[in-house]
Every structure is written in structure tokens, then in C-alpha cells.
Write a protein that binds this ligand. Structure first.
Ligand SMILES: CC(C)(COP(=O)(O)OP(=O)(O)OC[C@H]1O[C@@H](n2cnc3c(N)ncnc32)[C@H](O)[C@@H]1OP(=O)(O)O)[C@@H](O)C(=O)NCCC(=O)NCCS
Length: 163
């Protein structure tokens, strides 16, 4: 029988920010680009997941603007263990507490795993921003031309959920 990983979720505090920077730096810059906008994940709020042994096994960052909450980054360092789901639930909870009406995020056209995952978690397609990555690359030239499965990285896919 598959062992179920026990994880707990904690808010990212100032003391964790160096670790957040390290994680983000592994994506070839200290910022990400979403809808043509630079966002520094270490400067915004988030949660991290730890396993029974105290290892950090995932991280989510988010930004609340008016009644909208954007999931800016989401990473499970070990897949299919419930880490991504638990991190999304933590953001949903805080977004509801802060009276947000909409939870949304951007992923890219090559990220088939994320496209599957978000739909299974109840998100629906809000928009396809065709060729948006050509603008993103002007801001962040390190964005690769080719992504998962050898698919050219080209479009931003926007998912949303009403809260
Ligand atoms: C997309 C991503 C965040 C998903 O995270 P994840 O932790 O693998 O997701 P979960 O484990 O919560 O859910 C995946 C599946 O595992 C299953 N699962 C959940 N808990 C489980 C458990 N304890 N044991 C076994 N399986 C479990 C879920 O049922 C789910 O299947 P379903 O979607 O068919 O229902 C992860 O693949 C990732 O980090 N990808 C790379 C970064 C990325 O692309 N991020 C998104 C950018 S927008």
C-alpha cells in the first residue's frame, strides 16, 4: 500500500525569505513574469509545506489585490503526495478570510501537468493569452523557448476559481 506523506503548512515568515530566494533563483532569476509584470516571490506572502522529518517539501506564493488573489508560484518538490493540493487549500482559506472573490493564476501552454492539476482542483479556464511569452522574454530573457515534453513555450493560460 502506498504510504501517505504527512505534511503541515506554515506561513512564510521573514526568517524563511532567504530560502524562498534560493528556490526562486533556481528558476534563473529572482522574479517571475505574469501578465507582463515582474513579481518577486520573496517580497510577497506565501506558505511552505514540511514533511514529518521537518524537510521543506513545497511552497506557494500569492498576491492579493482588491478582491482578487493571484497564486504567483506553486511548487511541490515531491509530486503526487498531496503537497500541491494542501498549499492551494491554504491560499484559498486566507483569500476567503481577506474577502477575495476570485482566485486566479497563470501557467504556460507546455505545463500539461499543471493544466490537469488545476482543473482537477476546481479551477476553470479564464483566458488564453496567445504568444504572451514573447513579452515575458523581453522582461526575463532566461525563459526557455522550449518547455515540458519539448513543447514550444508560447502562451499564458489563465485559470480562475470563484471564492
Ligand atoms: C502542479 C503541481 C504543483 C502539483 O502538485 P502535487 O503535489 O503533485 O499535487 P497533489 O499531489 O496535491 O495532487 C496530484 C495528484 O496526487 C493525488 N494525491 C493527493 N494526495 C495524495 C496522497 N497523499 N497520496 C497519493 N496521491 C495523492 C491527488 O489525488 C492528485 O490526483 P488528481 O489531480 O487526479 O486528483 C506539481 O506537479 C509541481 O510542483 N509542478 C512543477 C511546478 C509547476 O508547474 N507549478 C505550477 C506552475 S503554475
Amino acid at each position: 500500500m502506498k504510504k501517505i506523506m504527512q505534511i503541515s503548512i506554515h506561513p512564510i515568515l521573514k526568517s524563511n525569505k532567504d530560502w524562498v530566494k534560493e528556490v526562486v533563483q533556481s528558476w534563473l532569476a529572482d522574479f517571475i513574469v505574469s501578465r507582463g509584470r515582474k513579481i518577486y516571490p520573496a517580497d510577497i506572502d506565501g506558505f511552505y509545506a514540511i514533511d514529518e522529518a521537518g524537510n521543506r517539501v513545497g511552497m506557494v506564493t500569492y498576491e492579493i489585490t482588491d478582491d482578487q488573489c493571484e497564486i504567483v508560484t506553486l511548487d511541490a518538490f515531491q509530486k503526487f503526495q498531496g503537497i500541491g493540493t494542501a498549499l492551494i487549500e491554504a491560499v484559498k482559506k486566507i483569500a476567503r478570510q481577506k474577502k477575495c472573490r476570485r482566485l486566479w493564476l497563470i501557467t504556460t501552454n507546455d505545463n500539461l501537468e499543471a493544466i490537469r492539476f488545476y482543473q482537477r482542483r476546481g479551477f476553470t479556464l479564464a483566458a488564453v493569452h496567445v504568444n504572451a511569452l514573447s513579452l515575458s522574454r523581453k522582461i526575463k530573457p532566461s525563459i526557455p523557448e522550449v518547455g515540458n515534453f519539448g513543447i514550444p513555450m508560447r502562451d499564458e493560460i489563465e485559470f480562475e476559481m470563484s471564492l
